[in-house]
Design a protein around this ligand. Structure first.
Ligand SMILES: [Zn+2]
Length: 246
């Protein structure tokens, strides 16, 4: 292999690294879409939960009204009955006791009537709360739908990009010797990157020092050099920059 061949190979390996980075970014974005959508969906489900709670409260208010109305009807019946008893009172004392009892029953009935009026107000407020909660649910749903549409579009875009990256990756790999790919793939699997620059005699992948022998092999640029510590393929940025890339 000539120095120029070796140099071209390093260029291809770096191009492969760049495309692998783009692939992994696209994959991460693709994976993040369902998670983000799930979180958003839980938010809009919260509005639904508040609506359920408001509806239940209103139901409770109405049930209480019903029991007040029943109570009122019972009291009215009791007053009618007491009035009927009045006719059959045998003594004046009995009569005035019954009159006092009827007055007391009327007073209690009045209290229940007041409570019923108050309960009507409470129900009105409960209905307003339900209406507000319904509006929130509608807003949350339409907001979620718009968000979902955007997210799905983005997801499709990332898929498209990923597909392009995969195609480009295959092209680049075809230009690299299989033995070199094997080294690259092993380091990629181990560290997420298959190649590292050497700066100031230090591998920029694992930050261990390069031996003087490896350094001269890198400078001569005739063969593939890997890091003895992390096994990444090494290159000297200054050698690559010595003349412009083709
Ligand atoms: Zn290293």
């Amino acid at each position: 292999m000539t120095r120029e061949d070796q140099r071209q190979q390093i260029f291809q390996i770096i191009a492969l690294r760049d495309i692998d980075r783009l692939r992994s970014q696209a994959s991460q974005l693709i994976d993040s879409v369902p998670r983000v959508l799930g979180a958003r969906h839980r938010d809009s489900a919260g509005a639904q939960g508040q609506l359920e709670a408001a509806r239940q409260k209103l139901q409770g208010f109405r049930a209480h009204l019903k029991s007040l109305e029943l109570d009122l009807a019972e009291r009215e019946a009791a007053i009618l009955k007491a009035n009927a008893n009045l006719m059959s009172a045998k003594t004046n004392q009995e009569y005035s006791l019954l009159v006092a009892e009827i007055a007391r029953k009327r007073e209690e009935k009045g209290k229940v009537e007041e409570a019923i009026l108050e309960q009507f107000e409470t129900i009105k407020q409960g209905e307003a709360l339900v209406k507000t909660a319904e509006a929130h649910v509608t807003d949350a749903e339409s907001e979620y739908k718009a968000f979902e549409q955007r997210a799905r579009n983005e997801w499709a875009g990332h898929q498209e990009e990923l597909k392009k990256h995969e195609e480009r990756r295959e092209q680049i790999r075809r230009a690299i010797a299989p033995a070199v790919l094997k080294i690259y793939d092993r380091a990629l699997a181990a560290h997420g990157e298959g190649v590292a620059a050497v700066e100031l005699n230090v591998c920029q992948g694992c930050f261990s020092n390069i031996t003087p022998n490896d350094r001269s092999r890198l400078i001569s640029g005739l063969e593939l050099v890997t890091c003895r510590s992390c096994q990444r393929i090494l290159y000297l940025p200054e050698v690559l920059q010595a003349s412009p890339a083709p």
